[in-house]
Design a protein around this ligand. Structure first.
Ligand SMILES: Cc1cc2nc3c(=O)[nH]c(=O)nc-3n(C[C@H](O)[C@H](O)[C@H](O)COP(=O)(O)OP(=O)(O)OC[C@H]3O[C@@H](n4cnc5c(N)ncnc54)[C@H](O)[C@@H]3O)c2cc1C
Length: 433
């Protein structure tokens, strides 16, 4: 069986040079660590293992970056979407404190990996801004600045005027920013990581969906339609796409996230004048709406943003009209907006908005649930997972292990996930207490 490896009609697929030529998994292979999934989590795990001299093979169903990693907005964000440091520590204690430290450092970890290996991912580490969309929500920014400052993150509260200067729009009421954030071309990062893993002696098998995992003696065996690979240790890094190619792969992980479709869009390249008047410092931004307003410029001055849609028909035309109008309201100088690319991908949402990290058996690990903030996190977790399979003790890892907790009736609820947007829109229109 050969998997369907068509790429979505994304900006990133159009502008990114091809990745390395990779073989399919055929026959019988042996390695030390088998990684399932060639997104940021799997590739970062593999790269950190090769840096430590450990043998590793990645088994990817399609091509590196084909999942969320090659489709996202490319915002490098050193926070989670909702939980703040106090929530993480309240839930996970000392391991939570280490996870908070990892999230705090995650953007810099990503930019360091890129620099260390000379990867061209159109990276710009010029900060990540969260403006607030109502006067009362400045409390959210204040809380985040207070909690992240306490753990040493370089965050700053922004007044309404500072946000207006930073974003070139009067639509927001203040906010905060973290200077270590920024943005990348995510597919270029995924392909760059894949190239580096191979150059460092790691193996990547593409177009090879894993169909089962089994324990044979003291080895993990991962089977595909045409081959199998055996390893001492295993990392399941298929995240929100677990279950996409095989329902039997890791059902406990597949069922604990709700994959929610997120639409991404890229405008035509904007003129220099318009570009300089919208976010002159080129930071990445995502605001406090549940129906998120977000965006960043790419290397060709396209504004890369997106939107949400509930109705199941005429989606692309509706999105173009809706998001175009929104951009004109925020930045009237943009004029007529033409979207050259519209695509989507699945974000893995958990019910507590936290990442769920698991020990799946002896020397076997997995995680899921990025809740839309996984670019920096998955690269940083890859480093931690590589340490876990090398035998680092739990008290040295920023990995708060839990048991998988499936969402009841997960499969039945999936078609209704877009309806959550009705609730978000309602909340967005209210001031918070
Ligand atoms: C549209 C969109 C926008 C986003 N925007 C942002 C953003 O701006 N900032 C941010 O921080 N986060 C963002 N995210 C989240 C971020 O992209 C993810 O958290 C991150 O890429 C997860 O990486 P991953 O490697 O864990 O998973 P993925 O990149 O999804 O990789 C999983 C891989 O596993 C493979 N796989 C699945 N099943 C099998 C199998 N049976 N055998 C072998 N391989 C298999 C898939 O093909 C896939 O390549 C966004 C996500 C989406 C979808």
């Amino acid at each position: 069986m050969t998997a369907d490896v068509r790429w979505p009609d994304s900006l990133w697929a159009a502008v990114t040079p091809p990745g390395p030529d990779l073989p399919e998994l055929r026959g019988s292979e042996t390695t030390d660590v088998v990684v399932i999934g060639g997104g940021f989590s799997g590739l970062s795990t593999a790269l950190h293992l090769r840096e430590a001299g450990v043998e590793v093979a990645v088994v990817e169903a399609a091509e590196p970056g084909w999942g969320a990693s090659g489709r996202n907005n490319g915002q490098v964000i050193p926070t989670l979407s909702r939980p703040d440091p106090d929530n993480i520590v309240a839930k996970h204690g000392a391991a939570g404190e280490r996870l908070v430290g990892l999230i705090r450092d995650s953007a810099s970890i990503l930019f360091d990996v890129v620099k260390r290996h000379g990867i061209d991912a159109e990276q710009e580490q010029n900060g990540w801004v969260q403006p607030v969309h109502s006067p009362g929500r400045i409390k959210i920014a204040e809380r985040r600045v207070r909690q992240w400052s306490k753990v040493g993150a370089p965050v700053e509260l922004l007044s309404r005027e500072q946000v207006r200067d930073m974003l070139g729009s009067d639509a927001w009421f203040g906010g905060f920013w973290n200077r270590t954030g920024g943005h990348i071309n995510p597919l270029a990062l995924a392909r760059g990581l894949a190239r580096t893993v191979v150059a460092q002696g790691g193996k990547i098998f593409a177009r090879s969906p894993a169909v089962s995992i089994e324990r044979r003696g003291d080895r993990w065996i991962v089977k595909t339609a045409q081959g199998e690979i055996s390893g001492r240790a295993l990392v399941v890094a298929s995240n929100a796409y677990t279950g996409e190619f095989s329902k039997m792969l890791a059902p406990a992980i597949a069922r604990e996230v709700m994959p929610v479709r997120s639409w991404q869009m890229a405008t035509q390249p904007l003129s220099d004048n318009v570009r300089k008047s919208m976010i002159p410092g080129r930071q990445a931004m995502s605001d406090t709406h549940g129906e998120l307003i977000f965006g960043r410029f790419d290397a060709r001055n396209r504004f890369v943003t997106g939107g949400a849609i509930i109705r199941p028909f005429n989606q692309i035309a509706t999105l173009k009209a809706r998001v175009g109008k929104r951009l004109q309201a925020l930045w009237p100088q943009i004029g007529e907006v033409r979207f050259d690319y519209v695509w989507n991908g699945f974000i893995g949402m958990t019910t507590d908005y936290l990442p769920h990290i698991h020990r799946l058996g002896p020397n076997a690990y997995g995680w899921t649930g990025c809740n839309g903030r996984g670019v920096a996190l998955s690269i940083a977790l890859g480093d931690q997972l590589s340490k876990a399979v090398q035998g680092a003790p739990d008290n040295e890892l920023a990995l708060p292990f839990t048991e998988p907790t499936p969402i009841p009736a997960n499969e039945l609820l999936r078609p209704f996930a877009p309806l959550m947007m009705v609730l978000y829109r309602h909340r967005d229109s209210k001031e918070i207490a």
